[in-house]
Design a protein around this ligand. Structure first.
Ligand SMILES: [Zn+2]
Length: 90
């Protein structure tokens, strides 16, 4: 979460900070540093869900994530991912 503390915009998750002179429109709504590793957070959450209940839950969560990603990907991105994993999964 990005919040303003003592005149500095600060990510309370990772500690990244931005100049206080940024206007409200320039302050990122999501921390770019945290977004770099957000996919690993989702994978870990799915893994923990599987450990807390049944292993199938981890697989189901990961399938849901992949399907949602697919929905918002461009045709070019879909083709690129399909080509990579079609060969890797054979
Ligand atoms: Zn952050």
């Amino acid at each position: 979460m990005i919040t303003q503390i003592d005149g500095v915009w600060l990510c309370t998750n990772c500690g990244a900070h931005w100049s206080a002179v940024l206007t409200d429109n320039e302050v990122p709504t999501h921390c770019p540093h945290c977004l770099e590793t957000a996919v690993e957070t989702l994978i870990t959450k799915a893994q923990e869900h599987g450990e807390d209940s049944e292993p199938d839950m981890e697989v189901g969560d990961l399938q849901d994530i992949l399907r949602r990603c697919w929905e918002i990907m461009s045709v070019g991105q879909r083709i690129k991912i399909y080509k990579i994993f079609k060969e890797e999964l054979q």
